[in-house]
Ligand binder design. Structure first.
Ligand SMILES: Nc1ncnc2c1ncn2[C@@H]1O[C@H](COP(=O)(O)OP(=O)(O)OP(=O)(O)O)[C@@H](O)[C@H]1O
Ligand SMILES: [Mg+2]
Length: 269
């Protein structure tokens, strides 16, 4: 069995003080959200869903059903046509995209500082927070490298570090692991789970991978084909921290089977 990932700093029981679990992890209330674009495409239809502060929620659903649109609405980048997304206005949200979206002319350190620059964090603090976040994701020693000198998995880690350095109350993850190979993906899932347990942000993850959704989440939301509606919400009862061995248990297989069955259900409505 694969060994746990090299993230020595991660101990949910004793988080480092400056990334400690904060009471600020934001609850989110999605109230009757619908979205119709100017082109006439209706992406989302009456989404009602409450997320508790600090929860890890995964969203699965067919391509084009409005998952990214939903994340953009929660981020405040897109306005819903009807309904509302209620969350604390002063909450810091960090978005991690499927392609790591790095600036090729900037070093790893300077990429890690990018979102903090946009938020107006002063330069000396940016440096120390970037260094801390890079260490957390296992990129210490690569500060002066450029993105093209990193592997795909390392680029994704850098993208995560850039988001973590913001110390977000809310992490919005749009298929962040879709572009990496399966083994790297497993390792990054462990790391993401540990980071979430340590930092205590609310997490909203879009993924096409049913195993990933179940392994990482408190609850999995299954959406219908466009216009996206919530077909089913599946509770994942396994306590955290979870170990990779969980993936080969019958209980885990049962839950992934439930999610897959709910996804197939869309064909019959
Ligand atoms: N800015 C936009 N203007 C017009 N239509 C849009 C816009 N953004 C998304 N759409 C449309 O809304 C629908 C939902 O798109 P969205 O990107 O949210 O889907 P998705 O579930 O994330 O799909 P995928 O799994 O392929 O990433 C699609 O039909 C898409 O073409
Ligand atoms: Mg998408």
């Amino acid at each position: 069995m694969r060994k746990p990932p090299p993230l020595a700093a991660v101990d949910p029981a004793a988080p480092p003080p400056n990334l400690a679990k904060r009471p600020g992890a934001v609850p989110i209330a999605l109230q009757g959200l619908s979205k119709q674009f100017g082109t006439g495409v209706q992406a989302l239809d009456t989404i009602n869903f409450d997320i508790a502060g600090g929860e890890f929620i995964s969203i699965v659903g067919p391509s084009g059903c409005g998952k990214s649109t939903l994340l953009r609405i929660v981020a405040g980048l897109v306005e819903p046509t009807t309904g509302a997304c209620e969350r604390a206005r002063n909450a810091t949200a960090a978005f991690v995209f499927q392609d790591a979206a790095l600036l090729p002319w900037r070093t790893v350190s300077r990429n890690a500082e990018l979102l903090m620059e946009l938020e107006g964090v002063p330069a000396p603090e940016r440096g120390s927070r970037a260094a801390e976040a890079l260490k957390l994701v296992g990129l210490a020693g690569f500060e002066r490298s450029y993105p093209h000198q990193l592997s795909g998995g390392m680029r994704m880690r850098l993208s995560l570090a850039r988001a973590l350095a913001l110390r977000p109350d809310l992490m919005l993850l749009d298929e962040p692991l879709a572009a990496v190979d399966e083994l790297t993906r497993d390792v990054l899932q462990e790391e993401l789970s540990q980071l979430w347990q340590m930092a205590g942000f609310t997490a909203l993850l879009v993924t096409h991978n049913v195993h990933e959704a179940v392994y990482l989440s408190n609850r999995v939301v299954v959406m219908s084909a466009r216009p996206g509606r919530i077909l089913k919400v599946i509770q994942v009862p396994f306590p955290f921290p979870r170990s990779p061995e969980l993936r080969s248990t019958a209980a885990f297989a049962k839950l992934t089977g439930d999610v897959s069955a709910a996804l197939r259900q869309r064909d019959h409505i």
